[in-house]
Write a protein that binds this ligand. Sequence first.
Ligand SMILES: Cc1ncc(COP(=O)(O)O)c(C=O)c1O
Length: 394
Amino acid sequence: MTENNRKTETPSDEILSTGRLNQSHSPRSQSQNADQNQGTFSLLDGASSQAPFIAPELETQKKVAADKTQPLNERIEAYEDIIDSEVGDTTLSRARNIEREVGLRQIYLKFEGGNPTGTQKDRIAFAQAMDAMRRGFEAITVATCGNYGMAIALAASMAGLECFVYIPEGYHTRRINEILNSRVQIIRVQGDYEIAVNLSREMAKREEIYDANPGGENTALQLQAYGEISHEIYDELRDAPAAVAVPVSNGTTLAGIYRGFLSLYRRGKTSHIPRMVAGSSHGKNPIIRAFLKNVPNCDDLEPDRIRETAVNEPLINWHSIDGDYALEAIRRTGGWAAYASDKGMLSYSKLLREREGLNVLPASTAGLLVLLERHRKETLPGDRYVVVLTGRGS
Ligand SMILES: Cc1ncc(COP(=O)(O)O)c(C=O)c1O
């Protein structure tokens, strides 16, 4: 895209007049709020509140990357420094106390809460914001339950991009308050996540804004960014584990991890590909349903049957955008998928806090729950099991 044909205004009146947007949360009014905050980010609540998003020693890189008067190659180099230093390389630690409690060796926890905004979404947000910068976009958009929006808001601000985040009106996410304190325009959508994605995508097409939603032309980039998780696991274990358990919604994270291990195996680095294990909210995810019903594809669920709660929000959807990739990964590796109830996820997050001292978002325990429930029923053999805990608690 060239400088001349790029449009960077707020979404057009056409979007605002669809009737699906809450006018009191129009992009324009949120923009004004953001400006009053002069672009600063709030700190996170609770246990994580002491840390700024990005390490202070990267102040120079932050200035250069976001400064449009600087040459593009220097901005990209600075942005790469920020990614190298801050995104990914999350910890992989043995859950020794849980192992003793459940009688399964060896469980490793890959804690994605160490990313700047506290979830794995930072990986794809920063990769795409850099892609947007490189390709000359001036703005980026995404629909989200909250976590991805926060990640995109931060990644965009570091890249000097304008940012439009679509969030379903009914969602409880506390991340909206964090996003509101950034230079982002939030559009609350009167509808579900899928409607929010469509609106965000339509706006991207119409306004020539970078579309960071799953399922678009950036799928390969997103899968590659999540594939880094596999490389980091390999770096520590020097082989693939027996299984990797992951919470799923659209299935992008799980599919990316599978692709990463597939590539490591093909390159002769690992002796096998791990079994991919998926967990998601009870009755509210097409990947799990397709697996349990043994049907070939991830068919959509009835939208009316989806009920979001403060716990299940990151995981529910009636249409899993990358669901078929995830389903294929689970089946090809001899993995499995099962549901996790809100109560179960809450109790596993309590277990992680009490036994391992980790503060995790309840939804991010869905993979752990599904792995350990299987073990309870049919005693898994002692081996190396990796559980991806996708987010930190607030
Ligand atoms: C914390 C957390 N875990 C897991 C997921 C599911 O990721 P995916 O949509 O890639 O399956 C999400 C999605 O929003 C999330 O926010």
